[in-house]
Design a protein around this ligand. Structure first.
Ligand SMILES: Nc1ncnc2c1ncn2[C@@H]1O[C@H](COP(=O)(O)OP(=O)(O)OP(=O)(O)O)[C@@H](O)[C@H]1O
Length: 384
């Protein structure tokens, strides 16, 4: 654990960058510092590896005051990744990654072999190791930056806006791969960003800083979205926070309604009333193919794929209320199609049921740690 205890930083010109900061950063998780420009995120981050010395308070790593460890030793256990990767331009990618291990006394050949393995780990082809940084795209350079920080296998990683300099599509890919990597590595990561969406996607815990280095809130992403501590935090999180918070509530207890189905190619039965205008058509295995509009399809005619309206998104086991709501909203019938792990239809989801589940989640606080969704129970099927 990294523990900030009443930490402050006043720069020599009198700027109070951080004020009385106390927080505990859990081991093996991603903690994000987020906030508007100039609110002390980078200053706080750099105080961890003593690139900046606090003017008051104490920072401990696993119970040891960082002032009691000499700075080079401290930094050996702390990887550091910055925006634009900060690679050495005159060294090959491989040698960039091998820099710290070689400085630590590892022989060059071993360090290069390890560098090639790390390249693969961050999703780059080994051959890229022979290139120079300016022969890589921005996203590739960022991956090399991450590989270089991992080379000494430090338990702690500090990452300062590492993905900000790349376009949104590459950024999204880097974030997803970063989460996958962290699943394998379980490092203690402190990640600085000014982008609340990035914070919510990556953080196990989020520290929201306000201008003047005040810690406005420190909580899980779900709590942050549901219960912002004050107007500043609510404003910073922005719109749609209620909808985004649904991502953190599992659809586990959502009731499923039995959905009448028609096999592709079977004759269309006549409708008994306006309520069964839409009929769900499935393939021979029971996988959804689309919705048939009986107002537009003559009775008795065999259904064909061309008659079908695509059904919007699907809700699968272990997914969130946001997915379930989207499945219902995006379906032409207003009923979201729920499928099992094999993609076979198990029933449908109605908007009122999702709304009821949202209310229940609000009452009981169904916050789930990031990554819990995959181990979540299946949706419970209840007969209509
Ligand atoms: N060396 C310095 N001397 C004086 N003031 C500084 C120094 N470094 C940073 N500051 C000031 O301290 C405050 C916090 O800066 P910091 O870089 O920690 O903020 P930040 O939240 O990381 O900002 P950004 O998102 O823009 O990078 C700012 O007002 C900044 O101008």
């Amino acid at each position: 654990m990294i523990s900030f205890q009443s930490v402050a930083k006043v720069y020599p010109d009198g700027t109070a960058a951080v004020q009385d900061l106390s927080l505990d950063i859990p081991t093996g998780r991603i903690t994000v510092f987020v906030g508007p420009s100039g609110c002390g995120k980078t200053t706080s981050l750099r105080m961890i590896n003593r690139m900046i010395e606090p003017t008051a308070g104490t920072i401990e790593i696993d119970g040891r005051d960082t002032r009691s460890i000499d700075a080079p030793t401290l930094r050996r256990g702390i990887g550091y990744v910055i925006q634009n990767a900060g690679l050495f331009p005159h060294r090959t990618v491989e040698d960039n990654i091998a820099t710290v291990p070689v400085l630590q006394g590892k022989n060059r050949r071993e360090a290069r072999t390890a560098a090639r393995e790390l390249l693969e780990r961050v999703g780059l082809p080994v051959e890229m190791g022979r290139r120079y940084p300016n022969q890589l795209s921005g996203g590739q350079q960022q991956r090399v930056g991450v590989a270089r920080a991992l080379a000494a296998d430090p338990p702690v990683m500090l990452m300062d806006e590492p993905f900000s300099a790349v376009d949104p599509v590459v950024r999204e890919q880097l974030q997803t791969e970063f989460l996958r990597l962290q699943d394998e590595l379980g490092k203690t990561i402190v990640f600085v960003t000014h982008d609340i969406d990035e914070a919510v996607k990556l953080g196990d815990r989020i520290a929201v800083f306000a201008v003047g280095g005040r810690l406005a809130q420190f909580s899980s992403p779900a709590d942050l979205l549901r219960r912002p501590a004050d107007d500043f935090v609510a404003d910073f999180i922005g719109r749609d926070r209620g909808y985004r918070a649904l991502s953190f509530s599992l659809a586990g207890s959502l009731p499923l309604t039995d959905e009448p189905m028609l096999r592709l190619g079977d004759p269309v039965p006549s409708a008994t009333g306006p309520e069964d205008r839409w009929l769900l058509v499935v393939d021979p295995d029971g996988r959804p193919r689309g919705w048939l509009d009986r107002e537009e399809t003559p009775t008795g005619r065999a259904s064909a794929t061309s008659d079908l309206r695509l059904g919007g998104s699907l809700a699968a086991p272990g997914q969130s209320l946001r997915t379930a709501l989207d499945a219902a909203l995006s379906s032409p019938s207003g009923r979201g199609v729920a499928v099992d792990a094999d993609g076979i239809v198990v029933g449908s989801i109605t908007i009122p049921d999702v709304v009821e589940a949202i209310r229940a989640a609000d009452r009981t606080g169904l916050d789930q740690p990031v990554g819990a969704a995959s181990s979540a129970p299946d949706m419970k099927k209840v007969p209509s």
